[in-house]
Ligand binder design. Sequence first.
Ligand code: GAR
Length: 230
Amino acid sequence: MTSQATPSSSDDALEARIVVLISGAGSNLQALIEATASSDFPGRIVAVGSNRPEATGLERADQAGIETFVLDHTGYSDRQSFDVDLLRKLEGYNPDLVILAGFMRILTPDFVRYFRGKLINVHPSLLPRYQGLKTHQRALDAGDSVHGASIHFVTEELDGGPVIAQAEVPVLENDTADTLGARVQAREHVLYPIIARWFCEGRIALGNDEVLFDGSPMPAILTLPADVYQ
Ligand code: GAR
């Protein structure tokens, strides 16, 4: 995978520096690339990293002229040493925000603590339901009538950090994990760039153990009006 120089502008100092980490298709990355390309977006993606060299999301970054890097986790004997190298790599980009967009690695407590308040993730369920994998099938198996996605700050507890925002979708009678997952992802593609924007504007932050919105603890998890998704 080739790396390209990141474009610079005179507004650099005003823009939040974003690094996106992926492991796969990168459809959320694509939504973030398109959102941050807007001239009024208060941040820019300075690099995209993957733990899998074959992640097709890397091509999306290349096509957008964004620098990429690969740290292949299979070359590491333990989680700690991979995370140390990932941390060093990220430090080099001096990020204000690290966005996990389908980055399928469990991160070590040291790594998570280092980036506390700057690390957000999208998870395909209405947390705290269905932490971990196979979330769509689990929602179907449980007979849920509503499923969705969550954006949350990453803390040491896997999929357990304070939730910033959620998007719901109805579970339809003939849904499979694939059809349900596709509807959830469509919501993610709208919600994640909006949350990234608010973070870059300084509107969303992590407090002690709660999400702050405009400096005050959020009374409830954010949900956006339905027409935002149309
Ligand atoms: C996304 O749907 C995201 O919710 C999920 O991976 C998908 C990545 O798709 N993340 C997790 O499961 C994290 N535990 P993408 O590569 O097309 O954005």
